[in-house]
Design a binder for this molecule. Structure first.
Ligand SMILES: [Zn+2]
Ligand SMILES: [Zn+2]
Length: 267
């Protein structure tokens, strides 16, 4: 059984429990069958750190993009995103999207513009998008449609079935995080039950969003296991079924050869 953490921020995780060693953190994750990792970029100021982790570890992939809550950093053009994405380690554009929880909708023209540029970079590079959406489901789907977003994943999904359905109709995958383990997430569990097996991914979003039974402790990619376990319980499937399907879906979405042990050799 193999599980992939489709969304984590390895440049921000707390390594103190692992003797300061990324190798130990990754090795620990493997004891829970979590064997590959997509390390997601939030701002360009830390892009080099994200890329360096992927370059150093064959089981780690990376993305490039700017988060909708990033206010101060560099806001890249489509061309700049394409230049940074032109690397075998970079398999996705994001995370990007809309967040009206932290930024007021009325003043968020720049957020919507940023989102549109990322969609253009994704479509032009052929690399799927990682979309973050919070309190902004209608605008998120509307912009995806307007810009003809081609493929990607709605990460850390916490919206309703209509939003999941609209995203899937556009060809997108739905990624579930530790939120499905939270006590008050009954509505989300109903959505998780309905999403077809061939559209599901799992993630930790570590160091954020630690799942039950580790609430209150730092999150790490190993905990993808508990997300997969909960998904299996919710859906009445085995964890092997969830692991196999989500690994297959990850490899399909990101266009990686199936059964590939590690990512392609770098030039
Ligand atoms: Zn996010
Ligand atoms: Zn994230």
């Amino acid at each position: 059984m193999q599980i992939i953490d489709s969304h984590c921020h390895l440049d921000r995780v707390d390594l103190s429990a692992f003797g300061g060693s990324m190798e130990s953190l990754l090795a620990h994750a493997k004891t829970l069958s979590v064997e590959e990792f997509l390390c997601v970029c939030i701002d360009l100021e830390h892009f080099d750190d994200v890329l360096a982790i992927a370059q150093k570890h064959p089981e780690v992939y990376a993305s490039v993009g700017v988060h909708p809550c990033e206010l101060d950093g560099k806001d890249p053009s489509v061309e700049e995103l394409l230049t940074l994405a032109d690397d075998d380690n970079i398999i996705a554009i994001g995370e990007t999207g809309l967040d009206y929880f932290h930024v007021q909708k009325d003043g968020a023209d720049w957020q919507r513009e940023r989102f549109r540029r990322h969609i253009a970079a994704s479509n032009q590079s052929g690399k799927p998008m990682i979309i973050h959406t919070r309190n902004a489901k209608a605008d998120t789907i509307a912009i995806m449609r307007e810009e003809k977003a081609e493929k990607g994943v709605m990460h850390c999904f916490s919206e309703d079935w209509e939003t999941a359905k609209a995203a899937m109709d556009l060809g997108f995958y739905i990624s579930f995080s530790g939120i499905v383990t939270f006590k008050n997430a009954e509505d989300l569990r109903e959505v998780a039950k309905k999403v077809p097996l061939d559209r599901i991914l799992v993630e930790t979003d570590s160091p954020y969003l630690t799942p039950v039974p580790y609430r209150g402790k730092p999150n790490s990619p190993a905990h993808t296991y508990y997300v997969a376990e909960k998904m299996a319980e919710i859906r009445g499937e085995t964890i092997e079924t969830i692991a196999n399907a989500t690994t297959h879906n990850f490899n399909t979405l990101f266009n990686l050869a199936l059964n590939l042990e590690a990512k392609p050799l770098k030039n």
